[in-house]
Design a protein around this ligand. Structure first.
Ligand code: HEM
Ligand SMILES: *[C@@H]1O[C@H](CO)[C@@H](O)[C@H](O)[C@H]1NC(C)=O
Ligand SMILES: *[C@@H]1O[C@H](CO)[C@@H](O)[C@H](O)[C@H]1NC(C)=O
Ligand SMILES: *[C@@H]1O[C@H](CO)[C@@H](O)[C@H](O)[C@H]1NC(C)=O
Ligand SMILES: *[C@@H]1O[C@H](CO)[C@@H](O)[C@H](O)[C@H]1NC(C)=O
Length: 492
């Protein structure tokens, strides 16, 4: 009896409900086609199980030695240029075409805002340039970009060169050098000197450790329990804020002029200006000093490491680079240090830097959020969705860059397609430190290739887990021999 009842129900379902639904569907289709000429598609993709979505797959990718970009790469191969997924209960669309990049990054329609995951926003602070509201961002960015003038870049080049020369000179005595670790120390030291003339060994070491803890916390689940990465990151942030308070307090009292970023940002006691509202407040200064350390140290050090690796794998490029650098060395050898102008005499090295940045794609995608329902490339993007410009996929698109997996610096002899080279982003949120980052990479590779040859000690290609910017787990350990020693003992 029961069975029959169900059967009846099924019949009813099959003969009445389905045809009705079908008719409705047809009607909708007709309406749709008459109101819109091109039907917008919803991006393809697997949304996974409700609420959790594909969070578990994403976390697994973060915790794998292929790097978390693998999560994106797999889906991009499966679904194409534009796909969506669901992570931490939110819809994320990834898109990888130069046209979409242009539309989203230029933000001419004003439909896309910057969006960071909660854990990152809490770690860098809500006054940080990365997370500030549109209005605040304008004010802070104008203050900060004034600091990256030609004159200050010149003095930064000199400082960075001094640091690099000093440190590279001690490499003779070591049996193994881990490029990433050395680059991290040098870039931190250079950035801290530039920001606030911080040179104290003890404080630099503390910062090094604490900034490392913040990096590790950035991708973690924002859970405040004492044993979590996130909690440890927040504690590290607190310690850094105390140090910055101490430095700012001392600077306010001091009458001496210091030629660093902090001095330019502070209004000192006794020199209160009329336009005080347009000055930055203490918390804004502190959050943004931390932001510049976080945005500049790890990115630049990772980029240097990838560049050395790519050069090692491409002996022709390395030879040509060394040729250019040694010719320049003959010219500048009388001067103690490289100048900003010298960096303009390194056309090949500049292309090596650019090509390495393309291949490394240190910041693999740029997160934005749609403020309105809108359409991109024929895909519907709903208000509130996260839309990420997948720069790494664009950098490896073989329609744009031939043989994308090969280091070919000469590909930049000609101008590249607009919005195809996105290592530093584009539009109103372009990297503030791009000239500085390029300069640091050029100086480092100049000093390395003109002083040493190196031999790789561990060819493990695993990517470090839990890092925001992809870097080699091994850190690229090498053994170095001085180029001069070689001349003296040609058979060694
Ligand atoms: C090779 C090294 C570097 C790379 C690959 C890099 C890459 C980027 C990218 C792609 C963005 C934009 C992200 C987006 O649009 O969502 C960005 C923003 C930023 N970068 Fe860099 N960066 C590097 C070095 C530096 C350095 C050395 C500094 C400063 C000391 C710096 C400071 C900043 C700041 C402050 C922003 C935020 C700008 C804003 O939101 O208005 N970066 N960086
Ligand atoms: C784009 O423009 C809108 C409106 O002016 C603004 O609210 C938003 O913050 C902008 N996005 C970025 C990334 O600057
Ligand atoms: C490093 O080695 C050089 C010779 O290769 C030597 O002159 C110098 O004193 C050594 N420095 C240290 C700190 O051991
Ligand atoms: C640079 O070398 C000096 C020794 O000459 C060392 O004390 C310092 O820690 C090094 N700094 C970096 C950033 O490696
Ligand atoms: C952007 O938003 C406006 C409303 O602010 C909307 O009219 C427009 O269609 C949107 N742009 C696109 C490309 O969808």
């Amino acid at each position: 009896m029961q069975l029959l009842h169900y059967n009846n129900l099924f019949c009813w379902f099959w003969y009445i409900v389905i045809p009705c639904l079908g008719l409705q569907y047809l009607l909708l289709q007709v309406l749709w086609h008459t109101t819109r000429k091109t039907p917008a598609k919803i991006p393809a993709g697997n949304r996974g199980i409700p609420f959790i979505g594909e969070t578990i797959h994403f976390m697994a990718a973060i915790n794998s030695n292929k790097g978390f970009y693998d999560f994106i790469k797999i889906r991009r191969l499966k679904y194409g240029n534009c796909f969506k997924t669901n992570i931490f209960g939110q819809t994320h669309v990834f898109i990888s075409s130069t046209e979409a990049a242009k539309k989203i990054l230029r933000n001419e329609t004003g439909n896309f805002t910057k969006r960071y995951i909660k854990s990152i926003a809490e770690l860098v602070g809500d006054q940080s340039l990365l997370c500030a509201s549109h209005h605040q961002h304008k004010l802070i960015r104008s203050h900060l970009s004034a600091l990256f003038s030609r004159a200050s870049l010149s003095s930064m080049v000199k400082q960075f060169d001094e640091l690099t020369v000093n440190n590279l000179s001690t490499w003779h005595n070591k049996s193994s050098i881990i490029i990433l670790h050395e680059a991290l120390k040098i870039t931190l030291e250079a950035i801290c000197k530039m920001l606030m003339t911080l040179e104290e060994k003890k404080e630099l070491e503390m910062l090094h450790k604490d900034v490392g803890l913040i990096y590790e916390a950035m991708l973690s689940f924002p859970l405040r329990l004492p044993w979590t990465r996130f909690y440890k990151g927040l504690q590290a942030r607190k310690r850094i804020m105390i140090l910055l308070d101490k430095i700012i307090e001392a600077r306010r009292r001091s009458k001496e002029k210091c030629d660093d970023f902090l001095d330019h940002l502070l209004i000192k006691d006794g020199e209160k200006s009329i336009e005080e509202e347009t000055q930055l407040r203490n918390q804004q200064i502190k959050d943004n000093i931390l932001t510049m350390i976080i945005a500049g140290q790890d990115t630049t050090a990772s980029a240097i490491t990838w560049m050395i690796k790519y050069l090692d794998e491409n002996p022709e490029a390395l030879n040509q680079l060394r040729g250019e650098q040694q010719a320049l060395q003959q010219k500048v050898s009388r001067k103690a240090h490289l100048t900003f102008e010298d960096l303009n005499c390194m056309p090949y090295a500049s292309k090596v830097v650019k090509e390495s940045l393309r291949m490394a794609s240190i910041v693999p995608w740029f997160p934005r959020m749609a403020l309105q329902d809108c359409q991109i490339e024929g895909f519907t993007i709903k208000k509130g969705w996260n839309i990420n410009v997948d720069a790494k996929s664009i950098h490896f698109d073989q329609m744009i860059f031939q043989d994308p997996y090969k280091l070919i610096p000469s590909r930049f002899d000609d101008d590249s397609k607009p919005y195809s080279f996105l290592a530093f982003g584009m539009g109103g949120r372009t990297c503030l430190g791009l000239h500085l980052a390029r300069a640091m990479m050029l100086v480092f590779v100049y000093r390395l290739t003109t002083s040493y040859r190196w031999k790789l000690l561990d060819s493990d290609e695993s990517i470090e887990k839990w890092t925001l910017f992809s870097r080699l787990k091994s850190g690229y350990p090498v053994h170095v021999t001085g180029i001069d020693e070689e001349r003296e003992f040609p058979n060694a």
